[in-house]
Ligand binder design. Structure first.
Ligand code: ATP
Length: 469
């Protein structure tokens, strides 16, 4: 489905997330704190499923990748070495009339449909002056020139802010992998090529956050720094490109909603020799936006940290009897953007009939069973002790044998309970009815096509395990 046809889906996802407990606005009882979001009970499960699957796929299952779980606070010189103090800026324009702030490159991309990421403030200012754009908020043609704004959040260690040490909340998880590279090489018997993977929080003082959980001030990343021989960067890049495509298939993102966009020379970050963005086609008015990135960071980071820290970060290649700084290929995945596209891709409305035979709209989240918060629900047809006994036994068995979350719901009419499970993406419902007490079987109802079939109680765990992967 093209973005235009899906216009409005974002609002529906925001409403469903609140209504069903996927994502709530942050600090809501205090009037909220703009662009902070909290994952509710179902969102926490979805997010955990994404992170566990990623960790299993890229760290535990691969013999060439090891994990790391580093501090959010790092020595301030890390960010000097990495270039973030000087380069991690967004170009900002103010409106002199209403005092609103915008990202200059985004404004140009949105209003003039010109690629502007990576352009200097002077270039952006020249484009803005020539186009004489009105302020998107108040309409006055009173926008300032573009100027740089550093996106790192700073805080202070120590009791008094004047004498304390100024530190930053990390704006990416990547740097810890470079800073700990030497320890990992010395302690984990890894040999090139190898990767270090990490999942964790990152913080950015974004000028124009928004679009729900797409752009937040605080978010989570899943990143790998993959260290290779200097001459092997290009090959590793291609390997990771296909591994990232494989990941998107694994979690069930629709292929026609994804494209891979190559960064042109002027758009490349200061550290990168080649970058591609995995873009997702968000519903209008967002359109194509970055979901993930893949960059060849060359030996930029290790070289910088070697120089600034004074530590030798070269690698001794025993097989070739030579010493060099490895090159690094970095696949980076946003956890929150993953959750967002999973919800957007899964959302569907279907015209159908309600329990009384009246026309009705069925809302269904067609989440892949791998990521769905609940893998199944056990539903006694009615709230009766004899049904509850069998249903509870099935629930306990699934709970223990599956090691995944299963729901149990016995209140309300069965049609409404099915609809609730549809809306939260539960792939299968097992209904225990009076026949079950005689034939030791249950009805399995499929979320996607609402079909029903009879299945022996004893077979349920294996049947389900096969389907959730
Ligand atoms: P954008 O161009 O959208 O600002 P970026 O190029 O700055 O993104 P990276 O620095 O490559 O993003 O960060 C890696 C990943 O982290 C992104 O692909 C995205 O999934 C995620 N990410 C980055 N910034 C945010 C944010 N403010 N909120 C949520 N996720 C983010």
């Amino acid at each position: 489905m093209i973005a235009k046809q899906r216009a409005g889906t974002m609002d529906k996802i925001v409403a469903l997330s609140k209504r069903r407990g996927f994502v709530y606005p942050g600090s809501e009882i205090y009037g909220g704190l703009a662009n902070t979001w909290d994952y509710g009970p179902l969102g926490a499960e979805l997010k955990r499923n994404v992170k566990n699957l990623w960790w299993r796929t890229f760290v535990q299952k691969r013999r060439d990748v090891v994990g790391l779980d580093a501090s959010i606070l790092m020595h301030p010189r890390v960010w000097e070495a990495s270039g973030h103090v000087v380069n991690f800026n967004d170009p900002l324009v103010d409106c002199r009339t209403c005092k609103s702030r915008f990202r200059a490159d985004h404004l140009i991309e949105e209003r003039l449909h010109r690629q502007a990421e990576g352009a200097s403030p002077d270039e952006l200012s020249a484009i803005l002056r020539e186009a004489n754009l009105p302020c998107p908020n108040c309409g006055n043609r009173t926008l300032t020139d573009a100027r740089q704004f550093n996106m790192m959040f700073a805080t202070t260690i120590g009791p008094i802010s004047e004498t304390g040490t100024r530190v930053y909340l990390r704006p990416e998880t990547a740097q810890a992998m470079f800073v700990q590279y030497k320890n990992v090489v010395a302690t984990s018997r890894v040999k090139l090529p190898f990767g270090i993977g990490q999942i964790g929080k990152a913080f950015r003082n974004e000028i124009t956050p928004g679009n729900f959980i797409f752009r937040q001030l605080e978010f989570e990343q899943m990143e790998i720094e993959y260290f290779v021989k200097p001459e092997d960067g290009a090959t590793a890049f291609d390997d990771w490109l296909s591994a990232m495509r494989g990941w998107l298939r694994l979690i069930g993102v629709r292929e026609d909603h994804i494209r891979v966009r190559e960064h042109a020379g002027e758009e490349l970050s200061h550290y990168s020799s080649r970058t591609v963005d995995f873009e997702y086609e968000f519903p209008e008015p967002m359109g194509w936006k970055e979901l993930y990135g893949l960059a060849n960071r060359t030996d930029f980071d290790l070289r910088q940290h070697q120089e600034v820290s004074g530590e030798d970060l070269t690698y001794f290649d025993q097989a070739e009897n030579r010493r060099y700084l490895p090159h690094v290929v970095e696949p980076t995945f946003g956890v929150d953007r993953t959750c967002l596209v999973l919800l957007l891709d899964a959302y569907d409305e279907e015209e159908t009939l309600d329990v009384n035979g009246k026309p009705d709209t069925r809302v269904v989240l067609r989440l892949h069973p791998r990521v769905a918060p609940y893998k199944a629900a056990v539903l006694p047809l009615m709230k009766k002790p004899e049904l509850a006994e069998t249903a509870r036994r099935l629930f306990s068995r699934l709970d223990e044998e599956l090691g995944a979350l299963v729901d149990y719901d016995e209140t309300g009419n069965i049609g409404k309970r099915y609809r609730r499970q549809d809306e939260i993406g539960t792939p299968f419902c097992f209904t225990v009815d009076f026949d079950s007490l005689q034939d030791h079987a249950v009805t399995v109802r499929d979320r996607d096509d609402m079909s029903q079939q009879r299945l022996a109680l004893a077979d349920v765990p294996d049947w389900l395990r096969e389907r959730i992967g």
